[in-house]
Design a protein around this ligand. Sequence first.
Ligand code: SIN
Length: 540
Amino acid sequence: MACFRCVFSTRFPQSHRLFLHLASPLPRAPAPTAAAAAPQPPFFIRQINMQAQNVAARLSSSGFLHAQGLVGGKWTDAYDGKTIEVRNPATGEVIANVPCMGRNETNDAITSAYDAFNSWKKLTAADRSKRLRKWYDLLMAHKEELGQLITLEQGKPLKEAIGEVGYGAGFIEFSAEEAKRVYGDIIPSPLPDRRLFVLKQPVGVVGAITPWNFPLAMITRKVGPALACGCTVVIKPSELTPLTALAAAELSLQAGIPPGVVNVVMGNASEIGEALLSSPKVRKITFTGSTAVGKKLMAGSAGTVKKVSLELGGNAPCIVFDDADLEVALKGTLATKFRNSGQTCVCANRILVQEGIYDKFADAFSTAVQNMKVGNGFGEDVVQGPLINEAAVQKVESLIKDAISKGAKVILGGKRHSLGMTFYEPTVISDVKNEMLISREEVFGPVAPLLKFKTEEEAIHMANDTNAGLAAYLFTTNVQRSWRVSEALEYGIVGVNEGIVSTEVAPFGGVKQSGVGREGSKYGMDEYLEIKYVCLGNLS
Ligand code: SIN
């Protein structure tokens, strides 16, 4: 179990991203653009402890910390001056006040994005690629500070947060490379005097609505391919974690991405959503978040027939067969369950263990979980931070209460952590059944429910018995079984003997009610492209 912690810091622990640039600072950012050189907006820090104050001061002096929205390249307050507080979930302290924007600011951001689209789409792919590459370089150059910002506003342990920066920046790097490979087609003509072409063109203005659990990576995963294809964007980050989004947007300006190509608005979520949905100028909505909100966005997009990509909730089964390598299964299950304190859509939600290995697995797993250090993400050796807010803790509590009332047993944890706030004890529960709420809903917390099964057939049935279909995991040393079960699982992503599957080079997305579309990889590019067929006639 010695090395399971390292998997929390990035997607592919073996990947170069884990090791790159950790020691040597990269070259400083280039001279700021006009927008970046403008006086820095006030960054209100109050009631904040020394540690967070030091972090905030360091971030402020690095010059990319903003507490205003970005509309048409200008740092902007809400038109009525209203603000909302951004708090550190580990301490409850206010980190900053950001504008509470709504319909009017969003409409202006859409207009800016629409105007910028005309020139951005006309740049050569090579030019867009160079600017994206520069943005990637800047994100990596500021990896430490961005990681600190993520820990400050989201709570995840610093090592994991820095891992997110590498992961998130990877989408920009990959998109910079793919920008040059948006190929069309020539179709052999059925008539001698015609030539048939397929052009791929950017869809237009994109509304990107992103969650708090990956304040950077869920933005870059959308904005990277959008910009590479020639689209422009209006980003609405979560109101809980807007500062990382604003810092990333500042770096996009420094990278030479023109004003208006990237806009950021935050505040009144329903007004912003409504403005994005109702505008005929917005041609695509891309969203990561709950299934309930995703359905509303899909329905709301119908009015103007927008393209949609939705990455929604999961209910990941993690199946451990009797023939699994126990060490591999433990490492993989811990990684997929406890990444980001259980707050990812691909976290194992149900751990299905075959009866022959159940007791041994439960013992070894609980021992490993017991050793996990919980605390403020800036603390040394901390691997589990706080949950994002009180509502998240209450949801975990209610799911555990329901499970216990129906016969489940708490092996470890099962209550709030003595640290208070929204810290929750890493928890293992046994005797869980597929009918319990904890197996039906997304837990989004550090709780590992163990379910027992007898046969492969039963495991597949239990795994597929849900409306969700994002990620699934299985652990076995039987090659035939690994193929058979992978093919039988109704999921968009399957990890075999591996708990960390996310990477910018592979398609991420779900089936059933876990969403539509894919992010990352060459497939993620298609989401931002329209196909145009051109028929050239009269050539004889
Ligand atoms: C998510 O939780 O929505 C994304 C997780 C990932 O990218 O691995």
